[in-house]
Design a protein around this ligand. Structure first.
Ligand code: FAD
Length: 403
C-alpha cells in the first residue's frame, strides 16, 4: 500500500503505543487489515522511557504471538519484591504466593521497538508523524479518521476505529457529549523517575515507605538502574539537582544492615503526575477505546502497559469474530469485559499508592493506619498473597465479566 494512497482499511488504529501496536499485531495474525497512525516520529516512540514491569499474561501473549524472542533473551524474570520500611526489608515471594507466576523486567520502549520492527518487516502500514486531527462518523458504518501527514490533511475511512492514542489523544473526543462518563482522582504528589548508568543495587524491586516520602528502586538491565522518588505534585525538574535526588534515595532506601545504594550518571529524568482515571463505557458506535486513552492508573502498581495489552486482547477477539462471522456479541461486550479488570486494577493501584506514599495532609492517626497496613501485608500470608496475585496480574478467569 503506497503511503500516499492510504484511504480505506478495516481497522483504523490511532496511536503506536503498546495498545495500538499490539492490536495491529493481533489483527494481522488473523488476516484483518489495519492502518496505524502515530503522531510522533519512530525515533521518539522508540526512545520514550516509561513502564518496565510486564505481567506474566503480557509476556505470554508477546511470546505466543511471535514478538517475544528478544524479550525472552533480555528480559529479567523476578519472583518477588521487597517492601522496605523502618530500616528493614520484607520480601513478598511471588513464586510461593502466586502459583509460581512472576513478572519480567523489560522496558516499554523495547516492547514498542519489537512490535514496530515486526510490523514494518511484514510490510504493514504504520505511519509516523501522522497526527490524527479527529474521528468522525462513529455512529455510522464508515467512521473516518482525519489526519495530517507530510503537510497534507487526509482521510482514512474504516469499518472500525480503535482509539489507542493515550491520555492526550483525540479519539475519545469523537464520542458525543454526555456519552462517556469520567471518574478520576488526582494525587497530591508525583513521581520523579531517573535512569542511571549503574548496576542495580538490588536483584528485586524495592518499594520503600519513609517519612520523607515513597521511593522505588527498579531496574532496566544489569547495567541500568531505574529509580523513583515521590515529589510534590507541582515540582519542576530544576528543583531536583542530582545531589538532591541521590540524597533522598539514600535516605528513603536506607536499611539498618548496611545495604548500600550505588550511584551512577543520570541519563534520563522525568516527573510524572499520579492520577487515577476511568472513562466509561470504553466504546461508542464504531469507536473502541483502549489503554491510556480511556484509563490511567498511578504507577505504583506497575499496571498501565499491562492493562493496555489486556484491553486490546479482548478487542482483537471481538473484531475477529465480527469480521469473520458478523457476530457482534463479543464486540458489544468489549467495554463491560474490560472494565471488570480495569476497576480491579484501579483498586490495586490506589491501594498500593495509599499504603506507600506520604500524604501531605496526613495526621498521626492516618500515619499509624498506614503503618498497620504495611505490617499486616508483611506478617499475614493471606495479605501478602493478595498483593502477589494482583501484582503478577490477575488471570483472565478472575476478571471475566458476569454480563
Ligand atoms: C514514568 C512512567 C512509568 C510507568 N511505569 C509503568 C510500569 O512500570 N508498568 C506499567 O504497566 N505501566 C507503567 N506506566 C504506564 C504505561 O507507560 C502506559 O500505561 C502505557 O504507555 C499505555 O499504553 P498506550 O498504548 O495505551 O498509550 P501510549 O503509550 O501513551 O501510546 C499512545 C500513542 O498515541 C500517540 N498519539 C497521541 N495522540 C495522537 C494523535 N492525535 N494522532 C496519532 N497518534 C497520537 C502517542 O504519541 C503515543 O505513541 C508508566 C508510565 C509512566 C509515565
Amino acid at each position: 500500500m503506497g503511503e500516499e494512497l492510504v484511504s480505506r482499511t478495516q481497522v483504523g488504529i490511532v496511536g503506536a503505543g503498546p495498545a495500538g501496536l499490539v492490536l495491529g499485531h493481533l489483527l494481522h495474525r488473523e488476516g484483518i487489515d489495519a492502518v496505524v497512525l502515530e503522531s510522533r516520529s519512530r525515533d521518539y516512540v522508540e526512545r520514550r522511557v516509561r513502564a518496565g514491569v510486564l505481567e506474566q499474561g503480557t509476556v505470554d501473549l508477546l511470546i505466543e504471538t511471535g514478538v517475544g524472542e528478544r524479550l525472552q533473551r533480555e528480559g529479567i524474570v523476578h519472583h518477588g519484591i521487597e517492601l522496605r520500611f523502618d530500616g528493614r526489608g520484607h520480601r513478598i515471594p511471588f513464586d510461593e504466593l502466586a502459583d509460581g507466576r512472576g513478572i519480567t523486567i523489560y522496558g516499554q520502549q523495547e516492547v514498542v521497538k519489537d512490535l514496530i520492527a515486526a510490523r514494518l518487516d511484514a510490510g504493514l502500514p504504520l505511519l509516523f508523524e501522522a497526527e490524527a486531527l479527529g474521528v468522525e462518523g462513529i455512529d455510522g458504518d464508515e467512521p473516518t479518521i482525519r489526519y495530517r501527514y507530510e503537510g497534507r490533511e487526509r482521510e482514512l475511512r474504516c469499518d472500525v476505529v480503535a482509539g489507542c492514542d493515550g491520555y492526550h489523544g483525540v479519539s475519545r473526543e469523537a464520542a458525543p457529549a454526555g456519552a462517556l462518563t469520567q471518574y478520576e482522582r488526582e494525587y497530591p504528589f508525583a513521581w520523579l523517575g531517573i535512569l542511571a548508568e549503574v548496576a542495580p543495587s538490588t536483584e528485586e524491586l524495592i518499594y520503600a515507605y519513609h517519612e520523607n516520602g515513597f521511593s522505588l528502586h527498579s531496574l532496566r538491565s544489569p547495567s541500568i538502574s531505574r529509580l523513583y522518588v515521590q515529589c510534590d505534585a507541582g515540582d519542576e525538574l530544576e528543583q531536583w539537582p542530582d545531589e538532591r535526588i541521590w540524597q533522598e534515595l539514600h535516605t528513603r532506601l536506607a536499611r539498618d544492615d548496611g545495604w548500600e545504594l550505588e550511584e551512577g550518571p543520570i541519563v534520563e529524568r522525568t516527573i510524572a503526575p499520579m492520577r487515577s482515571i476511568v472513562t466509561e463505557p470504553m466504546q461508542h458506535g464504531r469507536l473502541y477505546l483502549a489503554g491510556d486513552a480511556v484509563h490511567i492508573v498511578p504507577a505504583t502498581g506497575a499496571k498501565g502497559l499491562n492493562l493496555a495489552v489486556a484491553d486490546v486482547r479482548v478487542l482483537a477477539g471481538g473484531l475477529v469474530d465480527w469480521f469473520r462471522s458478523g457476530n457482534e456479541r463479543l464486540l458489544e461486550l468489549y467495554s463491560a469485559t474490560c472494565l471488570r479488570r480495569v476497576w480491579q486494577t484501579q483498586n490495586f493501584s490506589a491501594w498500593m499508592t495509599a499504603m506507600l506514599h506520604r500524604y501531605p495532609d496526613a495526621d498521626d492517626y492516618q500515619l499509624r493506619l498506614q503503618r498497620a497496613q504495611l505490617d499486616y501485608v508483611c506478617r499475614s500470608r493471606a495479605a501478602a498473597a493478595s498483593l502477589a496475585e494482583q501484582y503478577v496480574g490477575l488471570e483472565l478467569a478472575q476478571t471475566k465479566s458476569s454480563v
